[in-house]
Design a protein around this ligand. Structure first.
Ligand SMILES: [Zn+2]
Length: 55
């Protein structure tokens, strides 16, 4: 599990593990924790030009 204090979107690689996407930090090679993954998946969606839907 990645424990880096600062992770930037451009350092995150979205790897496919079966049917799920696992955001992985390129710098350390570890998967991000749930909180970080959630944040980066939202940022990734934003970078595609879509706003994440807030519920
Ligand atoms: Zn890391």
């Amino acid at each position: 599990m990645c424990e880096c204090s600062k992770v930037h979107l451009f350092e995150v690689e979205f790897k496919l593990d079966g049917m799920i996407v696992v955001p992985t930090h390129k710098n350390c090679g570890f998967a991000l924790d749930e909180k970080q993954s959630d944040k980066f998946q939202k940022e990734l969606v934003k970078s595609w030009g879509f706003e994440a839907e807030e519920e």
